[in-house]
Design a protein around this ligand. Structure first.
Ligand SMILES: Nc1ncnc2c1ncn2[C@@H]1O[C@H](COP(=O)(O)OP(=O)(O)OP(=O)(O)O)[C@@H](O)[C@H]1O
Ligand SMILES: [Mg+2]
Length: 274
């Protein structure tokens, strides 16, 4: 298993006149290549805060983040921006498309920013739109597309840069339940077929079924981690009630010492050993 994303003891405290808000407390999270991890929790549980920390959009009060083998929390702003651009794809609840641009132009935008050559840009745009099933809608503007189609453009834009990690904060929050399930299936398919790692937040219990693993947040703390299925259909019976943490009997425990699973981990262990 190669880790694509790792957060270690992530804590984010917001200070305000009314007192401190502990949005994330001591959260450990690992996401492997080809793994879809769903972060679930009620409103205010800390999902967006956690995703922002993992995506380098916010800095933790304490704790560390690795994107692949790069420690994101050790980078300066410019370096972090580059790592974000090259390795991460973001999908937002509000789609975040530019209304006057066609679907293809929206998908192309991050490639322009990354200064990808024009011919390669065209190839990637076509490929990304095909992967989300919108090859025939390339010329349409967001206003001429349905909500589900718009979100698929948002996903195409995120994957066009061929990120290692997809970070999606309630990508289905604005969609009806059937469309939401389709979008979530698409994310699951992309993760498993392209070897992407994905962290997706939701409070929709139905979407949790698509996850390889579910992390439950409550008041900024992880209350349970459930489901350890590899690629393929996720654990189907976690739709109601908190996931039971007892089902990782055959998987290695998250905090037990283990042999290095990635080159980065091996390096890390060598460092801490000596
Ligand atoms: N910039 C901020 N300043 C102060 N408090 C904040 C800030 N951002 C988030 N919080 C607080 O941190 C807690 C977690 O918020 P967060 O947005 O992460 O929750 P969430 O799980 O994403 O909720 P939702 O499902 O409503 O999107 C909340 O109590 C929130 O009020
Ligand atoms: Mg949120």
């Amino acid at each position: 298993m190669t880790l694509a994303l790792r957060g270690e003891k992530l804590t984010r405290t917001f200070r305000s006149a009314a007192g401190d808000v502990h949005a994330c407390v001591d959260i450990d999270i690992e996401v492997a290549e080809g793994e879809l991890v769903v972060v679930r929790g009620s409103s205010g549980a800390g999902k967006t805060t956690l995703l922002n920390l993992l995506g380098g959009l916010d800095q933790p009060t304490s704790g560390r983040v690795w994107i692949g083998d790069v420690e994101a929390t050790a980078l300066d702003e410019d370096e972090l921006a580059r790592v974000r651009r090259e390795r991460l794809g973001f999908v937002f609840q509000s789609f975040g498309l530019i209304p006057i641009m066609s679907a293809a132009e929206n998908v192309e935008l991050p490639l322009r920013i990354a200064k990808t050559a024009p011919a390669e840009r065209d190839r990637r745009v076509a490929e990304a739109l095909r992967l989300v099933g919108l090859a025939d809608h390339a010329a349409q503007r967001p206003g001429e597309l349905s909500g589900g189609q718009q979100q698929r453009v948002g996903i195409a834009r995120a994957i066009a840069v061929r990120p290692h990690v997809l970070i999606a904060d309630e990508p289905t929050g604005q969609l009806d339940s059937r469309t939401a399930a389709t979008v979530m299936d698409l994310i699951g398919d992309l993760v498993h077929s392209q070897g992407l790692a994905a962290v997706v937040s939701t409070h929709d219990p139905l979407l949790v079924q698509r996850a390889d693993r579910v992390i439950e947040l409550h008041d900024g703390r992880v209350t349970s981690v459930g489901g350890h299925a590899p690629a393929g259909p996720g654990p189907a019976d976690e739709a109601s009630g908190p996931a039971d943490a007892s089902d990782d009997a055959e998987g290695p425990s998250e905090d037990a010492p283990h042999p290095p699973r990635t080159r980065a981990e091996a390096r890390e262990q060598r460092h801490t050993d000596g």
